[in-house]
Design a protein around this ligand. Structure first.
Ligand code: HEM
Ligand code: HEM
Length: 176
């Protein structure tokens, strides 16, 4: 049984959880809170802090991924699907980086850091919603969510149809 290094396994599941929560908090809570609602600042405190931590973990993961030997790529027996899998995995790094950078650009553009972490105002400014980087943050989130659905579907396909035990590669245990 070939497995990913335990550091990559731990980072994969910690980041998966944090990214899913950040996506859900953005789509289900932030989107529905008016800018003049004081609760928005509370939600943004958690969302922006978690987002910056995700960015730091992404750098750690990328460096570790490039330095540590990983198991040979899994195969489905179909060259196109195998190629989509490679694009999806590297696509995640690009999209998550895009989320963090567009989130930071939105926060800087609307002057959110002193408001959210320094109590500089009671509510966020109305111009937040019109910023182009805010729009980009929303579009990238949609593409990322679609890729996650594809990724989870692929895992289910490997587990239930191909029955190749792929999920165990991304879990802790003996590596050879
Ligand atoms: C929550 C459901 C998830 C499941 C069930 C899952 C499952 C897996 C599995 C089984 C692998 C190993 C594939 C292999 O052995 O070749 C994997 C790899 C990977 N997953 Fe996930 N994953 C999930 C969420 C996520 C999320 C949210 C992200 C990032 C946005 C992500 C990013 C990746 C990346 C980048 C790899 C490739 C690792 C590498 O080679 O660097 N996964 N995932
Ligand atoms: C992987 C990391 C991140 C994910 C998955 C994420 C996800 C989201 C989502 C889904 C939305 C709602 C978008 C929409 O539906 O149009 C959102 C809004 C927002 N995010 Fe993030 N985000 C991340 C990182 C960050 C970071 C690092 C910051 C800032 C430091 C940030 C600041 C914001 C702000 C200011 C909003 C707008 C709130 C509003 O207009 O109501 N995000 N985020």
């Amino acid at each position: 049984m070939q497995r990913y290094h335990p550091v990559l396994v731990a980072l994969h599941w910690l980041m998966a959880l944090m990214i899913l929560i950040a996506l859900a908090a953005g789509e289900l809570i932030l989107e529905n809170l008016a800018n003049d609602d004081p609760d928005k600042i509370l939600v943004l405190t958690g969302h922006m802090s978690a987002g910056v931590v995700i960015g730091a973990l992404l750098v750690v993961r990328l460096v570790t991924r490039l330095r540590i030997r990983t198991p040979p790529r899994a195969t489905t027996g179909n060259a196109l699907l195998d190629r989509i899998s490679v694009w999806t995995h590297w696509g995640f790094y690009v999209l998550v980086a895009g989320m963090v950078l567009s989130g930071l650009a939105t926060a800087l553009g609307a002057g959110l850091f002193p408001i959210v972490f320094g109590g500089a105002a009671e509510t966020v400014p109305e111009e937040l919603s019109g910023l182009p980087q805010r729009a980009a943050h929303g579009w990238i989130a949609t593409v990322l969510a679609a890729l996650i659905v594809l990724h989870i579907s692929a895992t289910v396909y490997h587990q239930l149809v191909l029955k190749d035990g792929l999920l165990r590669r991304m879990w802790f245990g003996p590596r050879s």
